[in-house]
Design a binder for this molecule. Structure first.
Ligand code: BG6
Length: 498
């Protein structure tokens, strides 16, 4: 069946996200014929530039960031569907013009179009834009009008609740697509496939066989050009509240009954509701914060956080977080889930490690098991994309010596196909009106509910030791102690190379 026409309006169309991610993703979808034959992209922004200037700028973005090669004739036909509408987000005239443009296009196509409103703007506008859309009558059609919201959704539980209320006063929840781009990553979606399309692992996916789980999302980059934003957010808000909590949900959730969007989202919310809340007096036992000072990454000297543009010289903002959670249900009782994320780590490496319990009885002679270690399943999210099962094998030779060996699944080697960018998948799903990979309001609030007490406690007792880790490392020592006190350890960073 031919796809119905769609008009994608991007508020903040002159911004970085549009340039780096959204237009390159739409261009790839166009090349792969995943856009409807009749589509338009309307970029709304206050920038005083002409449409041709905007298109030249976007073309440069596509040639720099798009996976599909920039082909001048394809770009020409694609870009004929892009329109620039200069306007103030806070003036009703902007929305009147937008409505008119949208009506004109639908008249030209002689068909009703799906209208998608994408807020790629600072969060201060998330409460404003939907109201103007509603006033202009562009939000009421449950099937045809959609709203897309980028993170951050709120600054804490209270602000997230009031933002959700405000969004839902203009658009029904079934029309709202809150983006967490991690959910668009193939390796993240594959967690569900791996767990629930194979009968092999699910029977051991519980407290009987699993000792602990670590989730690492390490970045080598600093705050890039976003020092101003980041200094007000910090790692807990920027990464944990959304991306890491999503990973926790996917690893911890119960099997879904069907692939229905709400069914999957219900199962994820169940996980968050079962996570034991960290009371204020326990924050220091379960949460570690860090901030980097200057150091070296790949032999190159990099500045400390406080020396980055837009960051206060005495900033107390966390650029690293490590946390310990427990999930209070039958499956996970007593199994610690540790997560850590940070800027300026030794390298970019994100992985989930399932650390299995030791064998109940050591039957091998002691000299056989000098290098013995419990089995581990490593789900590599990026830049390595795949899954590794690390187990004990007999090392060749006359004696019985055990050593770790790997069974490796690597996306590139296995499938020989291009792995789509997260934004391609997410935009295609929005066009298809499929909310599976998007965050529902209750999930956002459940996540903030767990993290807000930590933020409040941290605010009450500012760190005494910031900055406390050199760039190019895996964070402060306290992050290791968090695990060591339970006899656990983070997987050694070199392991992340497998
Ligand atoms: C964003 C954060 O959500 O995710 C950034 O705001 C971070 O600070 C980015 O760098 C990481 O995304 P990825 O896909 O590169 O892991």
């Amino acid at each position: 069946m031919e796809k119905e026409p769609s008009i994608i309006t991007i508020f903040g169309g002159g911004g970085d996200l549009t340039w780096r991610k959204l237009i390159p993703a739409l261009y790839n979808l166009y090349l792969e014929q995943k856009l409807p034959p009749q589509f338009a992209v309307i970029l709304v922004d206050g920038k005083a530039i002409t449409e041709p200037q905007m298109l030249t700028h976007l073309q440069k973005g596509v040639s720099q960031f798009s996976a599909g090669k920039l082909n001048p004739s394809e770009w020409k036909t694609f870009s004929e569907n892009i329109h620039y509408l200069k306007g103030d987000f806070k003036k009703p005239e902007t929305y009147k013009k937008l409505n008119q443009t949208s009506k004109d296009l639908q008249k030209k196509w002689n068909q009703k179009a799906h209208t998608i409103f994408y807020m790629a703007t600072p969060p201060s506008l998330f409460g404003v834009i939907p109201h103007y859309l509603q006033q202009e009558g562009m939000s009421q059609d449950l099937e045809y009008n959609r709203l897309v919201c980028e993170k951050p959704i709120g600054y804490d539980l209270e602000t997230a609740k009031s933002l959700n209320q405000s969004l839902n006063s203009c658009f029904d929840e079934s029309q709202v697509f809150r983006i967490d781009h991690y959910l668009g990553k193939e390796t993240v979606q594959n967690i569900l496939a791996f767990r629930f399309a194979n009968p092999l692992f699910e029977p051991v996916w519980n407290r009987r066989y699993i000792d602990y789980i670590t989730i690492t999302v390490g970045e080598a980059v600093g705050v890039e050009e976003r020092g101003g934003y980041y200094d007000h957010a910090g790692a807990l808000r920027d990464m944990v509240q959304n991306h890491l909590m999503q990973l926790l949900c996917l690893v911890g959730m119960e099997p879904m009954l069907s692939f229905d969007a709400n069914e999957i989202r219900n199962k994820k919310v169940d996980v968050l509701n079962a996570v034991r809340e960290i009371s204020p007096d326990k924050v220091h036992e379960s949460a570690v914060r860090g901030q980097y000072y200057e150091g070296r990454i790949n032999g190159k000297k990099v500045p400390g956080f406080r020396d980055e543009d837009g960051v206060a010289p005495d900033s107390q903002t966390d650029t690293f977080v490590a946390l310990k959670f427990f999930i209070d249900n039958w499956r996970w009782q007593g199994v610690p889930f540790y997560m850590r994320t940070g800027k300026r780590m030794e390298k970019r490496a994100s992985e989930i490690s399932i650390h299995f319990r030791a064998v109940p009885h050591h039957s091998f002679p002691p000299e056989a098991s000098l290098n013995w270690m419990p089995a581990r399943l490593i789900i590599s999210i990026q830049p390595v994309e795949g899954i590794t099962l690390r187990f004990q094998a007999k090392y060749p030779g006359p004696e019985m010596h055990l050593r770790a060996a790997d069974m490796i699944f690597n996306y590139q080697n296995e499938f020989h196909t291009r792995i789509p960018e997260a934004y391609e998948t997410l935009l295609a799903d929005i066009l298809e009106n499929n909310q599976t990979l998007f965050m529902r309001s209750d999930q956002i609030e459940a996540s903030w509910k767990l993290l807000t007490p930590i933020l409040e406690m941290w605010k009450k007792s500012p760190p005494h030791d910031f900055p406390n880790y050199p760039a190019g490392t895996w964070g402060p020592d306290a992050a290791n102690n968090l695990l060591a006190q339970e006899g656990h350890s983070w997987p050694h960073p070199t392991d992340l190379d497998h």
